[in-house]
Ligand binder design. Sequence first.
Ligand SMILES: Nc1ncnc2c1ncn2[C@@H]1O[C@H](COP(=O)(O)OP(=O)(O)OP(=O)(O)O)[C@@H](O)[C@H]1O
Ligand SMILES: [Mg+2]
Length: 599
Amino acid sequence: MGCIKILSDAISNRIAAGEVIERPASVVKELVENSIDAEAVKITVQVENAGTKLISVTDNGRGMDSDDALLCLEPHATSKISHAEDINRIYTLGFRGEALPSIASVSRLRLRTRRHDDIEGSEVLIEGGKFAETNPAGCAPGTEINVRELFFNTPARRKFLHSRSTEERHIQETLWGLALGHPAVSFELIMDGKTVFSSPCCKSLLPRIQTFFGKELQDNLIPVDASGPAYRISGFIARHGFTKNSRREQRVFVNSRPVESPSVFAGIRDGYGSLSHDGRYPPVFIFLDMDPALVDVNVHPAKREVRFRESREVTSFISSSIRDALRNSQAPTVSVSRDLPLRSILAGADISYAPKKNVQDSIGGLGKAVESDIKIPVRGSQLEVRPFKPQTGPSNTAERPVEQDFESVSELRILAFLDKTYILASSANGLVIIDQHAAHERVMFERILDSAGKSRTLSQKLLIPSAIELSRSEVMFLEKHRKHFMALGFEIESFGANTIIINSIPDGLHQDNLKGLFSDMLADLMDEGKSNGKIDEAAIARAACRNSVKANDLLSFEEARSLLHQLSRCELPFSCPHGRPAVINISFKELEKRFGRRK
Ligand SMILES: Nc1ncnc2c1ncn2[C@@H]1O[C@H](COP(=O)(O)OP(=O)(O)OP(=O)(O)O)[C@@H](O)[C@H]1O
Ligand SMILES: [Mg+2]
């Protein structure tokens, strides 16, 4: 006789429960999702002893009749799908018919439920998966489920629970996620008799964000709203430069389901043009809506992850939507006060800029002479702006002299330089501080990227080609990504097994210490490839700028001014390509506050 047996329902339910119900927060998630699916507009969650003693979820949703009250606790019992093809059009949060039997198999559960039109409701008691009692019950319309002594019959699972505060934090985080995804539902969380939060239903997401994450974060958000043929994105994203040190404030909802998705995170990272391997994450609260057939929600036991049919499309849709939202936002980067974007400061100076595509100036300032300097009409006159050139670099004799009245043309007056790092300027509204290194990196990054792939890629031919010895892995890496390097204006030849010859580099990059630049760049990129997996032109340009721009260059006023002009023409002028702020404003309002002149 063979040795294979079919497991009893009790055992298989408990095994399934192990996957679905990891900790008290999983119970909260499943019960609240059921309440949302039942179209409740008021959900109250009560927890005792971090959920190990009691988790109670009460809703005013549609309720169940007495038959369903019993049936819902059976495995694979669901009202949400009935045919195999329904799996491709799931609009509800639940669909498997697994949550309630799983919870019931590892706790003592009491269900009370009543439909709105019924005169009385039903009560079902079930302990460790075994039905104990069913009775008619006098209860309010809706459903109340009490889960007591979670994991009482699975002591190993109970032992794996973390400290009380950790489990409470998970419960709160879970509920925040669901509440953010459903602003039209009112939520209350009570822990050990104390209200932790109570969030009435709201039309907009912002009050809820403020309740959960504070006013400062809310003040630093801008809306995002875009539609493509297959997707729509809405919600709020952080202004450029406002970042946090964890992903906690990156909340993503796909068809209102809170999810974690690498494709979405990649889109966010690309959209901001910054990498998260430096440990900073811009907060985002985004809702992605799409035909349910384009997303598989059945890939994770806790329904936390989803798989997109066209994940690259999703990534690029998110990335371009975020980019557009940032570009359209008037507000500046991280700042003590956020009233004063650089663009508007400069706009206040009556300066209009030549269209971006006409810009030909040398940004690094270390390249060849400028063919056509930018003409900037200023109060009726024509002002020439020279390219930015750090004083420590080689001199550029072909530059033309600068107008005497350069300082007077703008209300943004450069006041001083601090620590060979910051440009201090005054505007009509206060003090503006520019990190010259970050600003220069941004300007150079956009310029290099702008010319990438164009037939007229701007690159500087080296008078003396530079031979560089690389390690085997560096050579292989370079080979693999050669086309991206070429697109940016690097002209590289192999010379022997481990030696390469560089004939050209993108215009604006420093030519001095090319060996150092190249090996630092490759080290950065190889690291990035490991953590992020994606090496493209943007990644290479970022690495090139990071390693080419040097801090501590002493600038002249004129060079600083030119840098600001160039920065103001950038698409995302308020941060460096790695997401750190390039400009900070301190408004007079802020100064007055600090000096106690106003409250
Ligand atoms: N709060 C509730 N109000 C009304 N009906 C409910 C409620 N909770 C559960 N139900 C009913 O019980 C059924 C079973 O719930 P259960 O959570 O086990 O499965 P599901 O939600 O269908 O799928 P999943 O396992 O993915 O959550 C639901 O399909 C629903 O019909
Ligand atoms: Mg469910």
